[in-house]
Design a protein around this ligand. Structure first.
Ligand SMILES: NC(=O)c1ccc[n+]([C@@H]2O[C@H](COP(=O)([O-])OP(=O)(O)OC[C@H]3O[C@@H](n4cnc5c(N)ncnc54)[C@H](OP(=O)(O)O)[C@@H]3O)[C@@H](O)[C@H]2O)c1
Length: 247
C-alpha cells in the first residue's frame, strides 16, 4: 500500500507558483496540495487548501508548519517560489537591478536579500516538521542561474545575483545539516530558465522566443525531475533541463 503524501507551494500566486499548484493538483499524485501566498491567485484551483500569509512574519510560518504537520500524511514535496528582481519600496521608489557599481544602494540590496534569501531561509528553518520521517521529500527552492558564482561572465544585477548566491549557500549548508538529522530530505536549488511572468516582463526584449518559457512548461519541467533527486546525493543546483549548474 503506498503512503499518501502531500505537497506545498509557497508563493502560489506568482506566475510559476500558480502553474505548479494547478499541475500538482491535476497530477493526482498528492492527497492534498497546500498553497501559501500573500493573496489568493487569480484562478483558485478546486480542492487546494489556500493559506494567505505574510512570509515576513516568522511566527506565522512556524504556526503554519506546526499545525499542518501530520504523522500519517507527510509532505513529499515543498516548492518555494519566493523571489524578486524588481519592485517598489513602500514609498513608491522603484527597485530595479543594478547595471553598474554606482547603482548600488543599501536599501535596494536589503530588499533583494530580504526577499530572495531571508524569507526562503525562514521557511527552510521551519519546514522540517513537515518533511522529516521515513518518506523521501524534496524541498525545491527557485533560485536562478545568475546566482552561480562560477557561471557569472556577464556581470550586472548585483543585488539579485548576490541574494540568489546567498540563498544557494543557505541551501547547501542546510543539506549538510539535514544529512545528519533528517536523512530523507533532499534540497534542490532550481533554475527554471527565463519564464514569461511579472518577474521577467521588463527584461524579455532580448530573449529569443524559443528561450522564453511559459509558466505551464516550467511547472511541467520541474515536476518531471522530482523522481531524479535523492537526499544522499543532494544538494542539487540544477536547471530546467536537469543539467547541473556550478555553485
Ligand atoms: N521568471 C523568470 O524568468 C525566473 C528566472 C529565474 C528564476 N526565477 C525565480 O522563480 C521564482 C518565481 O518567480 P516568478 O517568475 O513566478 O515571478 P512572479 O510571478 O513575480 O512571482 C514572485 C513570487 O515571489 C513571491 N514574493 C515576491 N515578493 C514577496 C514578498 N515580499 N514576500 C513574500 N513573497 C514574495 C510571490 O509570492 P505571492 O504568491 O505571495 O505573491 C511569488 O511567489 C522566483 O524566486 C524567481 O527569482 C524566475
Amino acid at each position: 500500500m503506498s503512503t499518501l503524501t502531500r505537497a506545498l507551494v509557497i508563493g502560489s500566486s506568482g506566475g510559476i507558483g500558480e502553474s505548479l499548484v494547478q499541475q500538482l493538483t491535476l497530477s493526482g499524485r498528492y492527497s492534498q496540495v497546500f498553497a501559501v501566498s500573500r493573496s489568493l491567485p487569480t484562478f483558485p484551483v478546486d480542492g487546494v487548501k489556500y493559506q494567505i500569509m505574510e512570509s515576513q512574519h516568522e511566527e506565522a510560518i512556524a504556526e503554519f508548519c506546526q499545525k499542518t504537520a501530520h504523522p500519517l500524511e507527510p509532505f513529499s514535496l515543498v516548492v518555494c517560489c519566493i523571489g524578486c528582481l524588481h519592485g517598489r519600496f513602500e514609498n513608491g521608489v522603484q527597485v530595479s537591478p543594478e547595471k553598474r557599481l554606482e547603482d548600488i544602494n543599501a536599501a535596494q540590496l536589503q530588499y533583494y536579500f530580504h526577499i530572495n534569501t531571508v524569507l526562503p531561509a525562514l521557511w527552510l528553518k521551519h519546514l522540517e516538521p513537515l518533511v522529516r520521517g521515513t518518506i523521501a521529500a524534496n524541498l525545491v527552492f527557485l533560485s536562478a542561474r545568475v546566482g552561480s558564482i562560477n557561471d557569472n561572465t556577464l556581470g550586472g544585477w548585483y543585488g539579485y545575483r548576490a541574494s540568489k548566491s546567498a540563498l544557494n549557500m543557505v541551501l547547501k549548508t542546510a543539506q549538510i545539516e539535514l544529512q545528519r538529522r533528517a536523512k530523507n530530505v533532499c534540497i534542490v536549488s532550481y533554475h527554471p530558465g527565463t519564464v514569461d511572468t511579472k518577474l521577467s516582463a521588463p527584461f524579455q526584449a532580448n530573449v529569443k522566443p524559443e528561450k522564453l518559457f511559459t509558466a505551464a512548461f516550467t511547472a511541467k519541467q520541474l515536476l518531471s525531475q522530482l523522481d531524479n533527486f535523492s537526499a544522499s546525493h543532494g544538494p542539487y543546483f540544477v536547471d530546467w533541463e536537469g543539467k547541473t549548474i556550478a555553485w
